[in-house]
Design a binder for this molecule. Sequence first.
Ligand code: SP5
Ligand code: ZN
Length: 334
Amino acid sequence: MQIFFDDRQCLHNPARELHNGDWTDYYESADRARKIAGTVGAATAPADFGEGPIAAVHAPEYLHFLKTAMTRWREAGRSGDAIGYVWPIVRRRALEFGRIDAELGQYSMDASTPISDSTWEAAYWNAQCAVAAAHTVLSGEKSAFALCRPPGHHAGRDYLGGYCYLNNVAIAAQHALDQGRSRVAILDVDYHHGNGTQDIFWRRGNVLFASLHADPRTDFPFYWGHADERGEGDGAGATLNYPLPRGTTIEPYRSALSQALKKIEASAPELLLVSFGADTFALDPISHFELQREDYAVIGRDIAALGLPSVIVMEGGYDLDALGDNTTEFLGAF
Ligand code: SP5
Ligand code: ZN
């Protein structure tokens, strides 16, 4: 299987995150990518597909913000990473701001996703990996893996959050549609609900989004991922959420997965994109499912049994010791 990774993805390196009211080391470290890259096998740097595929998903004003935020943060006399402290919860509109702090709130959903030096450069090459993986599968390969880091599924059209800046899987899915595919499906098996992906395709009937995740009544991102969220307009019924309780083991996980896979199969997609997170692992430091290493091969085989051309995009997973092995088990099925 072809694997895409670019060293520039490691340039993004926030020092710490706000966590349960205090500061903690940044869980989404560059070492995550190094561990995965060191275990899954040889990777190729992606070609440069330009900003077009990114701009097909994200708002121009948001991309401008990402590119300029760090410079403006420094101009405001700040050191360290850029992080917001006020958010427009009622309604956002296209205001022009003179303060970087206002923009950080406008374009963020949480306070645990700082912008560091080179975040844009890292996110750019990260997104290129997703496009390259899609391109490979569109060209006839059965599967490809985009070793994305930072992850992407919490980022919406015009907001960052949950360690995510650009929505890599959405960019890959949109690229496939723009290259002539008419129906695609996204299966999200990260521990956390993929709220950004859901938002981006909420009103789209040609992108099925199915997500298995920790129940948002107990877990981040809280405000999305409840079972009654089904999409709207043309997208009504094309969003499927399977919230699962903390402590979920492989048996109940697989039974939810089989429901999701039946729906995916029934929607007859030409391409499957998988948002893969290994934070469902029993020893993950920020998550609460009970999956074991060998379970990743089982889950991978269940998904691969659809027989669809598959683009696998890396999302979360924070147990550095097991991350490479768990990911390798999963990829081995494709
Ligand atoms: C891509 C992805 O996996 N993003 C996850 C973002 C989660 N951010 C907030 C996590 C809060 C976790 N609190 C758990 C307590 C651990 N001691
Ligand atoms: Zn996650």
